[in-house]
Design a protein around this ligand. Structure first.
Ligand code: GRF
Length: 320
């Protein structure tokens, strides 16, 4: 099985969603593993559970650590090579720079059908408003609370004599299933070839005078006027017997290619047929791809391939 995505779960309390994610990860075909459980309260009951289950835990105290809390947390996430952060009943407001660092890789579960009922007391609000259904939402975390892009939702019926507690416990059952399923889909999405091609395309089209063209059947992107355009990025999608999905970009020559591959063989490779003309392969169907780094490579390759009239403009723009 492919390498599993490494997930950190942040909690503040009992951690029943954390437990649901953890037990789901025990299935042989689960695409993620729980690599770390932490939070803001050192005595959160969920931490004891995770510890008993043999998961690495980190007992941080946001009150005691004050402003260094977020740095400590970030350092431990990096040390554990975390790919995705899942918030599960984590009650701290997250500072903007931390959100920014994990943009697109941090998700949360909220007990309502967002955008309805952000914040606390969601079940009581749904009952007070005489709603017939409520539910739960998994969404990306952005700096505005409970407002990021919605990844999935599940509906739960409200019974005529429901109390907030009774409703909360039924919603919780639905949450546990929704969260595990959504996290699995979320981490798998990044290995889906169609998703990867779309992402590379977005980066390629952000560069001037870029055109889509296939190269021997593989999606590719060219720069320059139609009569003299050149490829600067080509997808490598298993049809040369390769195991992985990768993008090929132009590098500075054979020496640079050899050095990069030696330093990081999990990321770089020398593609058959293309390698001799200085194309290097960057693997993209693995967890934790650094897309900013991929964008830098595409820009560099674009610069090598683009006509002088375009690269001059780019250089001038960079000087300002
Ligand atoms: C859940 O209802 C979740 O939706 C909300 O906080 C609660 C946490 O419960 N964000 P638990 O700690 O996962 O049991």
């Amino acid at each position: 099985m492919a390498e599993r995505a490494r997930v950190a779960i942040l909690i503040s309390g009992r951690g029943s969603n954390m437990a649901a994610l953890l037990y789901a990860s025990r299935a042989d075909d689960c695409p993620y593993e729980v690599a770390l459980v932490s939070g803001d309260r050192p005595n959160a009951p969920g931490l004891d559970l995770a510890e008993a289950e043999g998961i690495s835990i980190l007992r941080l105290d946001s009150k005691k650590s004050g402003s260094s809390y977020w740095n400590e947390l970030q350092t431990s996430l990096e040390k554990a090579s975390i790919d995705v952060v899942a918030l599960a009943g984590f009650m701290r407001i997250i500072p903007a720079d931390f959100v920014e660092r994990w943009a697109g890789r941090m998700i949360n579960i909220h007990p309502s059908l967002l955008p309805k009922y952000r914040g606390l007391h969601t079940h009581q609000s749904a009952i007070d408003n005489r709603d017939s259904v409520t539910g739960a939402t998994v969404h990306l975390v952005t700096s505005e609370v409970d407002s990021g892009a919605i990844l999935s939702q599940v509906e739960v019926a409200i019974l005529p004599d429901d109390t907030a507690e009774a409703l909360a416990s039924r919603v919780l059952i639905a949450e546990h299933q929704l969260y595990a399923r959504t996290l699995s889909q979320f981490v798998s999405r990044e290995r889906d070839p169609d998703w990867i091609v779309e992402r590379v395309g977005q980066i390629a089209f952000a560069l001037p005078e870029t055109r889509f063209k296939t190269s021997h059947g593989a999606p590719g992107w060219k720069v320059g006027s139609p009569s003299s355009d050149k490829f600067f990025a080509i997808m490598w999608m298993k049809h040369h017997g390769e195991e992985s999905v990768a993008v090929l970009v132009k590098c500075g020559g054979q020496d640079e290619m050899a050095t990069l591959i030696e330093a990081d063989p999990a990321q770089y490779f020398r593609p058959q047929y293309y390698g001799p003309s200085d194309w290097i392969g960057i693997r993209l169907d693995r967890p934790g791809v650094d897309w900013d780094h991929v964008a830098e490579w595409l820009q560099r390759s674009w610069q090598i391939s683009a006509p002088a009239r375009l690269t001059k403009l780019m250089t001038i723009a960079e000087e300002f």
